[in-house]
Design a protein around this ligand. Structure first.
Ligand code: BYC
Length: 324
């Protein structure tokens, strides 16, 4: 009996056609599938930037692990920071399905050839910052990432499902912490307001530059990697956050913030894009410190990586010999 003929196009045009049809039908592209170089590069860029954000994002909150005010708060914060490490691992794994190498991506982060989210270049000055990061930063992350669960690249979309579930828990723990502080002393309420004043505008910047200054959006949306534009998601986030701020009893630091009856949206004032550019190009308040610590973690722990790699190699050799 002859082998069945595989329906596998070999020429580039047919491969491109099949890729386009998969995207048009809103099905997933998987690692084994052919994909255009630009699609692969865009995914590696975005997924690496996302993974780096999770790992660098452990630092600002990690700074409060030893100073958390109770055992309960310490256990919650420890669990959250560990979750962020897990998110980084899922995302680096997703990038590896595209042919990227995790060690190489880490080197590119440290050499500042790849970015991570601007938000993590601000310091956590008081314990209220931990609550505000949970509420506002994880809130922004959820807003941005829920649509990524439908991203056209299968491994990225699947990683996002679990990440989003955990981010929801992170947001709730932040909000609960802030509700507790708002029910406390005058000084605690002032700490919360001060943290909100410092984190509100940077959290709006997390969504990226405005649509008319976002070079990657149009192509990423055509490929189904991104599902909404930066400005659409930013507006969704503001609409979601204003009632939460009102319930919490804090004031968002924007004198132009107002309800627009006609559009049914909260309108907000101008964002300081000059500050965003400064932070993204390495000149934010904590950029140098974040990179210094990531570099030290890589270098100080190189022996662990070497030992684990040698062990894995030896184990793989033993398995191959056994099979022979
Ligand atoms: N910060 O054309 P655009 C978390 C860059 S971690 C820095 O709009 P794109 C958490 C952009 O990369 C969550 N850079 O780009 C962790 C591009 O530069 P390159 C992190 C930014 O990709 C621990 C250039 O600006 N979330 O939740 O279409 C504790 C032009 O922008 C930023 C993600 O990473 C920024 N804010 O859209 C707590 C989400 N914005 O790469 C919480 C996944 C833009 O060409 N990423 N740039 O050199 C995305 O959804 C998209 O990449 C973005 C940008 C919406 C961020």
């Amino acid at each position: 009996m002859s082998a069945p003929t595989l329906d596998r196009p070999t020429d580039e045009a047919a491969l491109q056609q099949r890729f386009d049809a998969t995207i048009a039908a809103d099905r997933r592209i998987e690692p084994r599938d052919w994909m255009p170089d630009g699609y692969r590069k865009t995914l590696v860029r975005q997924i690496a930037q996302h993974a780096h954000s999770e790992i660098i994002g452990m630092q600002p909150e990690g700074d409060w692990l030893l100073a958390a005010p109770s055992l309960r708060r310490k256990a919650i914060l420890l669990a959250k920071v560990q979750d962020e490490a897990g998110h980084g691992m899922y995302l680096y794994s997703a990038a590896e399905t595209l042919g990227a190498d995790r060690a190489d991506l880490t080197d590119k982060l440290i050499e500042q050839k790849q970015k991570y989210s601007s938000i993590f270049n601000y310091p956590t000055l008081t314990y209220a910052d931990v609550g505000v990061i949970g509420w506002l930063v994880d809130g922004a992350a959820i807003c941005n990432q829920v649509p990524l669960c439908r991203s056209s690249y299968g491994p990225y979309a699947r990683a996002m499902i679990r990440i989003c579930k955990e981010e929801s828990f992170h947001q709730r723990q932040g909000y609960e912490l802030l509700m507790t502080m708002m029910g406390g002393t005058e000084e605690q309420r002032a700490m919360v307001q001060d943290a909100v004043d410092r984190w509100w505008w940077p959290s709006l910047m997390m969504f990226g530059p405005p649509d008319d200054d976002s070079p990657n959006s149009a192509q990423s949306m055509a490929w189904g990697i991104k599902r909404h534009s930066n400005d659409e998601l930013r507006q969704r986030y503001v609409d979601m956050s204003v009632p939460q701020a009102q319930f919490l009893g804090v004031t968002l630091p924007d004198p132009d913030l107002h309800w627009d009856e006609e559009t049914g949206h909260w309108r907000f004032g101008p964002i300081d894009w000059a500050e965003f550019k400064q932070v993204v190009s390495g000149n934010g308040p904590a950029n140098a410190e974040r990179i210094r610590r990531r570099r030290a973690a890589r270098d100080d722990n190189a022996w662990v990586t070497e030992a684990a790699t040698a062990y894995a190699r030896k184990h793989a050799g033993a398995v191959t010999e056994g099979a022979a």
